[in-house]
Design a protein around this ligand. Structure first.
Ligand code: NAD
Length: 311
């Protein structure tokens, strides 16, 4: 079986909000990198910034890769790229490794891995958490499912992109873990926003509330890194799409169904995020879900530093 050289050639498909900075980290790690995307402008931007080699198709990237990374919107898109008309899989060398770093559907990933194994290609699911800022700094959390051989062959490349690399078990477990992480994140975001709305109506200042939460037990990633930065500022541009969050919540609920786990709270969480997507329209940042909660509450969160309860 072909074993990747000490400095394997890397291919990267999907140069979006996350893929572009992750690709830049790989080049900084002195790996040779070939890239492509469905959007030629994304390829041009990435090549200009990183010096990576531009390819016109996933198949061309695959032909140059010992390790092929996919960072795409969904498992459906990964399927098209690897097995559809692009048929990137057919162009990979035997013994190559696919790192499926998108947030995907565990059972689909397992099917892909099976098809890859039939051609002596190792597939790992390696989704990430940390958002665009940590993608840029190379400090992503990376969950990794799949065989040990694929992990040892790809670990140095993963370390170029992430600072916490965590093995989750067999193929598909990392995609399940990623969806469950986002379930917790989505729930924490929405309950926090609802608390701010209640507080503002009562006479509390939302900004002050965030300060209190952040030194109290109600603190979470959203109170620390999203509420002031992207909601109270009215910027709504964290870089992670609302559509992608709804997809991830659907995956988490799919895992719940497949495991016969009754999760009414999680179900309501998905319903609310999906309703926000319908009301606000597609293409929003995920932090814009706060605007949906504001619509329900009939007020807009303000950013005044007023203190003291009115009621
Ligand atoms: P994005 O929409 O910004 O980028 C996706 C890229 O894939 C785009 O550049 C698009 O042109 C490209 N693409 C789509 N179809 C393609 C095809 N058939 N062939 C080649 N390229 C194609 O998305 P993103 O925010 O970078 O997220 C990518 C993945 O990472 C998703 O699965 C998402 O859930 C996950 N994720 C995102 C974040 C975040 O903060 N944005 C964090 C963790 C995980």
């Amino acid at each position: 079986m072909h074993t990747p050289s000490p400095s394997p050639s890397i291919g990267f498909i999907g140069l979006g909000a996350m893929g572009h900075p992750m690709a830049a980290r790989i080049v900084s790690g002195r790996y040779s990198l070939a890239v492509t995307d469905a959007d030629p402008a994304r390829i041009a931007e990435c090549v200009q910034e990183t010096g990576a080699t531009a390819c016109s198709s996933p198949a061309e990237v695959a032909a140059r890769s010992d390790i092929l990374i996919t960072m795409l919107p969904s498992s459906a898109v990964v399927k098209t790229v690897l097995f559809g008309s692009d048929d990137a899989l057919a162009h990979l060398k035997h013994g190559a490794v696919i790192l499926e770093m998108s947030s995907g559907v565990p059972n689909m990933t397992r099917e892909f891995a099976q098809l890859a194994a039939e051609r002596s290609i190792l597939m790992m699911d390696a989704p990430v958490s940390g958002g665009v800022a940590r993608a840029r700094s190379g400090e992503l959390a990376i969950m990794v499912g799949g065989p040990d051989e694929g992990f040892s062959n790809s670990k140095p490349v993963l370390q170029a992109m992430g600072s916490s690399i965590i093995r989750t078990g067999s193929i598909g477990t990392a995609h399940a873990m990623k969806a469950l992480n986002n379930l917790v994140s989505a729930g924490g975001f929405l309950i926090g926003i609802e608390a701010l709305l209640i507080g503002q109506k009562f006479g509390l200042d939302p900004s002050l509330m965030v300060d209190v939460l952040n030194v109290s037990t109600g603190m979470n990633n959203s109170t620390q890194k999203k509420f002031k930065q992207f909601v109270l500022s009215r910027r709504f541009d964290a870089g992670f799409g609302l559509d992608l969050m709804v997809k991830d919540l659907g995956i988490a609920l799919g895992v719940a169904n497949a495991t016969d786990t009754p999760v009414p709270f999680a179900g309501l969480c998905l319903d609310l995020w999906a309703s926000a997507q319908k009301v606000l329209g597609r293409g929003q940042d995920h932090t814009a879900v706060a605007r949906f909660a504001e619509l329900l509450a009939g007020i807009e969160l303000n950013d005044e530093q007023s203190t003291g309860a009115k009621a």
